[in-house]
Design a protein around this ligand. Structure first.
Ligand SMILES: Cc1ncc(COP(=O)(O)O)c(C=O)c1O
Length: 383
């Protein structure tokens, strides 16, 4: 039976749906290609605590890659541990809350890539009379002459740059270096759509392996590097092959949203959708669904727009697209749709979709088996 045949009951507004079996298959597929390196769950790409906890119950999965300091503290308050905040932050209020909480400061690691970050965290820590854990974000952008591909995130790129920041951390009271992170966005986040992309990814991985090992070797003089993180869904199969990483972050691959369709090595399948009711039939060849203009972040383009996938053959009207309140659709199957029928859409991204919903319906083997709250449903918004 297809997931699209699962009876969902009456739906008045777009509703998120997760196929638990597909979610589990995606997780185990990623875990198996990353092995023996374990997976760390990238929470920004899930934003549903119950599903994060479910992923953590699997062998080969431990630790979280959070996206906000306030989020990290909230996750710890729910009993989660080993939370690496993947992005530097200026949220000194949340840092202070972590400094004041014994559990949180023992298990949350804050990210730095500059002496300013170190000084800000150290100020909070020394005022509270504690030590906070930090990790260095090492930029993995691929650069050859004028060509660059990557996330342009950190100024630390070389063993010398990493050592300079490690020495700054060593000199500073209130901070302790416990790890480093290497995110190769140009591999993990770029599909294999053209020969050029594939060549860039291959060349970039070769460059990364040498540079990453040299950075880790250099940093060992300053820390035993409890955390050495890298990778993402799109690179889980290769990021760990040289044995340098301690864990590989994955999140998006568990939902497998549309932007992850074009990766040759990925053995994931769509696991998450939103379902919207047809609310109008202005003419026989048009079916209007409610809301649904949930555009994904990144360069504005068609690739960021949700796609109607069931029934097949539905298209947006070019001048209207996915709407704020109404999404008129036409195409082969629009004629067969009546008011109240359901249209299933795939979002371009994973966790971002959850910001639109308070909960996700969990289906399994053709039945609705659970409903889990998103961060938003738990009243949490971390930006
Ligand atoms: C630091 C970092 N690590 C890993 C990832 C990979 O996450 P995902 O598996 O959701 O693509 C990201 C995504 O942006 C990231 O920023």
């Amino acid at each position: 039976m297809s997931v699209f045949d699962t009876p969902l009951g009456p739906i008045g507004a777009p509703t998120a749906v997760l196929d638990r079996a597909a979610f589990t298959r995606n997780l185990t597929a990623l875990r198996d290609v990353a092995a023996p390196v374990r997976l760390r769950i990238a929470t920004k790409s899930i934003r549903v605590r119950a599903l994060i906890e479910e992923a953590l119950r699997h062998d080969g999965v431990s630790g979280l890659l959070a996206y906000s300091v306030a989020e990290a503290r909230w996750l710890v308050s729910h009993g989660l541990r080993d939370v690496l905040v993947a992005y530097p932050s200026t949220d000194v209020v949340a840092m202070r809350a972590i400094a004041d909480d014994e559990d949180a400061r023992a298990t949350v690691t804050l990210m730095v890539d500059s002496p300013e970050h170190v000084a800000m965290i150290a100020r909070v820590a020394t005022q509270a009379g504690v030590v906070l854990r930090v990790a260095i974000d090492v930029d993995m952008t691929f650069k050859v002459g004028p060509f660059t591909a990557g996330a342009h995130r950190s100024d630390v790129r070389t063993p010398e740059g990493a050592v300079s920041l490690a020495q700054c951390i060593e000199r500073t009271r209130g901070v302790e270096l416990v790890g480093c992170m290497f995110y190769e966005a140009q591999i993990a986040g770029v599909p294999d759509s053209t020969p050029g992309h594939r060549l860039m990814k291959w060349a970039s991985m070769r460059e990364i392996e040498g540079r990453r090992r040299a950075v880790v070797d250099a940093l060992r003089a300053y820390s035993d590097l409890e955390i050495i993180n890298g990778g993402g869904t799109g690179s889980a199969h290769i990021s760990g092959r040289d044995g340098v990483l301690g864990d590989i972050a994955v999140g998006s691959g568990l939902f497998a949203p549309r932007l992850f369709d074009g990766y040759r090595a990925l053995r994931t399948e769509p696991a998450c959708w939103f379902v919207s009711p047809v609310v109008r039939k202005p003419d026989p060849q048009t079916a209007v669904t409610y809301s649904g203009g949930y555009i994904g972040s990144g360069p504005p383009s068609r690739s960021r727009v949700p796609v109607p996938v069931h029934p097949r053959g539905l298209k947006y009207y070019g001048q209207l697209g996915a709407g704020e309140v109404q999404s008129p659709l036409h195409g082969a199957s629009a004629r067969g749709l009546s008011i109240g029928d359901h249209v299933w859409f795939r979002h371009s991204k994973a966790g971002e979709m959850c910001e639109r919903f308070d909960s996700i319906l969990v289906v399994e083997n053709g039945a609705l088996v659970d409903e889990v709250a998103t961060y938003r449903g738990e009243g949490q918004n971390f930006g």
